[in-house]
Structures are given as C-alpha cells and as structure tokens.
Design a binder for this molecule. Structure first.
Ligand code: SF4
Ligand code: SF4
Ligand code: SF4
Length: 341
C-alpha cells in the first residue's frame, strides 16, 4: 500500500511538473433530490449547460487530463447525463461518478457498466434507515441506496461508500464498515463538516464535539489509511497536493482550484480552462504554497498531526494561508488521542 501511494505520488508530481492536468471535477448542477442537513450548497438552482460541459471536456483532453469526476447536486436528475458520460468515455477519460445513487435502476446501472466507468462513489449515513433518512430528509432514500448498492455490486462496478460522520450517526461507523467489508464496497469516512459555500456555519451544529471526535478519530484514521508520521517535516509539504494537478468547475461555471475552495480563477462561460491552467498566477500561488508559507503553521504545535485544507481556511478563516480551524480541530483530537503513543 505504502509503495503504491509513493508511486502514485510520483505519477501525480510528474503531471504537475509537465504542467498537465490530471483530474477535473465538474459539478454538473446544484439541484438534488435529497436535502441533506449538512449540504454545503447554499442554493440548489444552477445547472451547467450541455454545450459548456462538452467544451470543458474537450479542453481537459487538450490539457492531457486522465480523469473526470462528475458530481453535483445529484447528477442523475439531469436528462442528458448519459450523453455526457458517453462523451467523456469516448474521449478516453477515466470517469468517476459522485452520486447519491438513489435514482439508479437495473437498466441505468447496466448502461454504466457498458460504458466502463471507473467507479461510483455514494453517500450512506447508517445501516439504520431511520438515521439515514433523517439526515437526507427524504423518506425511502435508505431503501433506494441499499437496493442500488446490491445492483452495483452485481454489475461489477467499483463502488465507494462514503460516510460523513455527524452527531446523528457517529456511533454507526463500525456497523457500516462491517457491511461494506462483507459486501465488497470500499468504505471511507469523513469527519470534516464544512460551512456552506457562502460562509454560513449552520452545518457545524451537526458536527462532532471534541469528546465525540476523540472517541472515533483513531477508527476513522484507520479506515481512511491516514499515515501518522510524527517525524515528517511538514513545513516542506505542499498545503494541498490535489490542487497541484486538478481543477474544479462549479454549476455557475466558475473555475476553482477545488470544489471546496470557491475562488473563481475564471468562468467557463467566458474563459477557457486551458488559459486558466497555463496562465493563472493565483493558481500558481495556490499550487506552490507550502506549510512553511503559512505564518501560523510555522510555529504551530499541531503541525505534525494536521492535514491542512486551504479551501476550508479560505471559506471559514479569512484566507487560504490562514489556520484552518476545522483542520486544527481534527489535529488537536489526534494529539489528545495519539499523544502518548
Ligand atoms: S446528496 Fe449531496 S448534493 Fe444532495 S443534498 Fe446531500 S450533500 Fe447535498
Ligand atoms: S492547526 Fe492551523 S496553524 Fe496549525 S498546522 Fe494546522 S492549519 Fe496550520
Ligand atoms: S484539502 Fe481542501 S482544498 Fe485541498 S483538495 Fe481537499 S478539500 Fe480541496
């Protein structure tokens, strides 16, 4: 695993040094058929027109991109979703779908299998349907996910189950992990709850208290394969490896370094992603930023345990190079839990 991660790191750094884009995330729309309590979209009305999506895909191909991630909102509420996926596959992209899977059916899963998509990543909040449906605020959403997970497994499509960990479901991690192991799904957990993209902090009322976080942090780190390197010199590390090889387009057309970092480097209605990728000085600044460039990090006692999110710092903490209070909360939990190990 370690060797694989190291070699993937080398491949991705090669993409960066060759000035090639590795991955593009396209948020096809903000509309969704669920209404999750913690959702970071402040409104769910925007949709990227088909012709613009096609233009972005063509430009991403020119930039040498390997992977396209389609996400939303809920991508399967679009009538043209299969045309878009097919176009991306015909251009040779590895296609990753982030979807709540509730709208899939036997027939659409068969189509996805025929299109040889790389993976489907979906949200499941609990094995308990009441907890899941409370978070999505949709009756029947749990039943739809469970039914379609079975169909995805039968079709042989790689499926990743992601659990956002909230006050409402943090005691459910082990049960969900066992379910995924027993059924062959990859399982990931996320304890980071973000403000809405307009800075509204309401989702934080759902996030774990320090005591609750301490009770699950080690389990979550084990599940996600977090590597604890107290000896590593974090100051020389880049603040976000992903931003060095990726771009993200939001449903309004803004070209962002990441979908969690709403800093518009341009807009696909008027700018080409090729120009932004090759010429944006701001993007260069973000991608080259290291921990040592963030003043607060250089003297921080949490640094060995902190995985900074510049997007979160940008939205919640007045600047991508400021301390991310969310990253700090998680780092402090690791210190309390791992401190003496
Ligand atoms: S499934 Fe995703 S986009 Fe839809 S409401 Fe939930 S968090 Fe928001
Ligand atoms: S806790 Fe804040 S200041 Fe410390 S390393 Fe993390 S982001 Fe930097
Ligand atoms: S660390 Fe933050 S900014 Fe970087 S890819 Fe992850 S969410 Fe985006």
């Amino acid at each position: 695993m370690h060797n694989f991660v190291d070699s993937m790191g080398t491949v991705l750094e090669h993409y960066h040094l060759s000035n090639n884009l590795y991955s593009i995330t396209i948020e096809l729309l903000s509309h969704c058929n669920w209404d999750c309590l913690y959702c970071y979209f402040p409104e769910r009305v925007d949709i990227l027109p088909y012709n613009i999506v096609i233009e972005v895909l063509n430009d991403a191909r020119k930039l040498g991109a390997y992977e396209v991630v389609f996400t939303g909102g809920e991508i399967f509420t679009r009538d043209d979703i299969f045309l878009i996926i097919e176009y991306a596959r015909n251009l040779g992209f590895s296609v990753v779908l982030m979807t709540n899977i509730s709208l899939l059916s036997d027939e659409t899963i068969k189509k996805l299998s025929e299109l040889s998509i790389s993976s489907v990543s979906c949200s499941l909040f609990s094995i308990d349907s009441h907890i899941h449906n409370t978070i999505t605020q949709r009756k029947g959403s749990h039943e739809a996910v469970m039914r379609n997970l079975t169909l995805l497994r039968a079709s042989g499509i790689n499926t990743i189950v992601k659990m956002t960990v909230l006050k409402l479901n943090y005691k459910e991690i082990s049960a969900l992990q066992s379910f995924c192991i027993n059924n062959g799904y990859i399982f990931k957990v996320d304890v980071a709850v973000f403000s809405k993209l307009d800075g509204n902090r309401h989702p934080h009322t759902l996030s774990l208290s320090n005591d609750e976080l301490d009770s699950v942090i080690e389990e979550c780190d084990n599940i996600n394969g977090y590597e604890y390197y107290p000896e590593r010199d974090r100051l020389e590390a880049f603040v976000c490896g992903q931003m060095r090889i990726a771009l993200s387009i939001n449903p309004k057309g803004d070209i962002n370094p990441c979908n969690r970092m709403p800093f518009a480097l341009g807009n696909v209605f008027s700018d080409s992603i090729c120009d932004v990728w090759k010429k944006s000085q701001m993007l260069k600044k973000f991608t080259n930023a290291k921990y040592k460039d963030c003043t607060k990090c250089t003297s921080c006692s949490c640094i060995k345990f902190c995985v900074r999110c510049p997007g979160n710092a940008f939205v919640e903490d007045d600047g991508y190079d400021n301390c991310s209070t969310l990253s700090e909360k998680i780092a402090k939990s690791r210190i309390r839990v791992y401190g003496n190990k």
